[in-house]
Design a protein around this ligand. Sequence first.
Ligand SMILES: [Zn+2]
Length: 223
Amino acid sequence: MYEQLIPCDHCGGRPTVGRSQRIINDTPDPWFDQTRWGRFGGPPVLRDTMRRPPEAPQTEPLVCIYCAECGMQTPWQPCAEDDTAARNTVAEIWNRRVNRPEADKTDLQRLVERELGTTDIPAFIELLSRLDGDWNELGPIVAMIARRMVDATVVTFDSWPIDPVLNDAARYRKLVQLTKWVDIDGERYVQFPKVFTHPEDRDRAFEDVIAAAVDSLPDRDRW
Ligand SMILES: [Zn+2]
């Protein structure tokens, strides 16, 4: 079970499960037209999941993770025996493909020279995560940038602390994982689950009761 797929390393797009099929037996079948579904039909094609005629060479189902934006893709993995295990395998391959270039001092200095604010924090953290070099030298620069950001964001942090927002965002994602499609009168609705609230929690603040209730739901399964 994979909790999280890292966004595409190439374009930042959203990774998606892709499916296809390929021929199990690669000995050519002289009775069957090779051009379309035969051995020389080419590599597996995304979304090629249609059942083939019985006279066509037998195929096995495949799964991969691909980026819907730029098409970057993991190798295909057979999934006939254990679909979840196959998806976990490709998910692991996908998450391994993070290969970011190392940042150095000049990247940092470029950042110092610019005006920094709240919106730059993710970019700064991203830079920090791949920073490599002499920390005696880098440390003070990092501290200076952090200081600037704190100065720029002090109002934001005071009025709307970021931690509860992130926790609530995680709760929302958990709820989304547990939603169902409901078709009523030909229209499609999203139905959120009914969430049990524990009697002990009922005297607490409205938001806290809901937060505790959502937290008590089973962990989400990304598949
Ligand atoms: Zn991409």
